[in-house]
Design a protein around this ligand. Sequence first.
Ligand code: NAD
Length: 317
Amino acid sequence: MTPNLDESKKLKIIDGKWLSAWILNSVRTTTKALGERHSIKPGLGVILVGENPASKTYVASKEKTAHDCGFETFDAKLPSDATFEQVSDVIERFNQDPNIHGILMQLPLPKHLDSEKLLDKIRPDKDADGLHPDNQGELMRGKGNLRPCTPLGAMRLIDLALSGVDTFRSSPTEIPPSTIPEQSLAGKKAVVIGRSILVGKPAALLLLERNATVTIAHSKSANLPELCRDADIVVAAVGIPKLVKRNWIKPGAIVIDVGINRIPETGKLCGDVDFEDVIEVAGKITPVPGGAGPMTIAMLILNTYRACLTLNGIKDE
Ligand code: NAD
C-alpha cells in the first residue's frame, strides 16, 4: 500500500483495508448465526449494464466480498445497449424476489439510460446503496436504515482515526467488536469538498448528525485552501488528482480522501489529496488505494445485512 513510509508516517494512516476486514469479520459471524437460528441467508442482487472495465472490477469485488461473508448473490449482466425497460424489468424482478435483500445497480450506467429514474424504481427497503429518494429524505431527517455507502464508510474511517486503535500492530481479528464506537464530533469543524448526491452532500449530513460544524465546498467556492485550513476534518470527494496540498491542511487534522483517479501516464490510482505531501502535516490520513474504497464495499455488505434483518422482521442479530 505505502511501502516506503517511515514508522511515524505509517502510524498516521487510517487503514481502510484493516477497518473493512474488521467490519466484515463481524458481518460473517452474525450471518452464520442468522443462518443457524432463522435459516436465512442475506442476498445481494447486482445489476451491471455494459462493459466498463472499472465497473466490472468493482462488481466482481463486491460479489466476492458478499460470498466471503456467507451471502448469496444474484447477477443480472446486461449489454451496453440495454433499454430502460430491460433494466427496469430486472429491477422489478429483484424487487419481488424474497431471496434478494439488497439491490446494487453499478454506476455509471451507459449515457442513454436515466440513472436517477432507474434508481427511483429500486424498492427503498432493498436500496443497498442508499440512493433512493426516500432513503435520502430519511437521511435529511436524521433517520433511516440505509445510508449511502461511501459517506458511511468515510464516517467509520473518522471513527477509527479517533479510536486510538493501533491498526499497524494489531490484526482485525484481535480487536473485539464495538471497540471502534461512533464518535461525537461536537466542537469539531469539518470541510467536505464536493457536493454530489453520491458522496459530498450525504457526507456533510452524516458529519452534521455527529454534531460537527460543517462547510460544504465545491467547484464554485472561493478560497478553498483557506476554508480547509480551518478544518479539523477534511473529506475530499472531487475527482481531481492530488488537488489538496499540504498548505491546505491544519496540522493534526484528519484527512479522508474519497477520490479515485487514474494517472494517465502511469495507469496508477491516486486520490484527490496529494498524499506524500499532506501526510507531513495531517494527524491521520487515508491512502488511495486502501482507504475509502474498501470501506464502500464493507458498507454495501452491511447495508444488505441490515436490509435482510428488516425485511425478515428481525430486530438485531
Ligand atoms: P462528482 O463529479 O459527482 O462531484 C464532484 C464534486 O467536486 C462536485 O460537487 C464539484 O462541485 C466538486 N468540484 C469539482 N471541481 C472542484 C474544484 N476545483 N474545487 C472544489 N470542488 C470541486 O463526483 P463524485 O461522484 O462525488 O466522486 C468524487 C470522487 O470520489 C471521484 O474521484 C470518484 O471516483 C470518487 N468516488 C470514490 C468512491 C469510493 O468508493 N472510494 C465512491 C464514489 C466516488
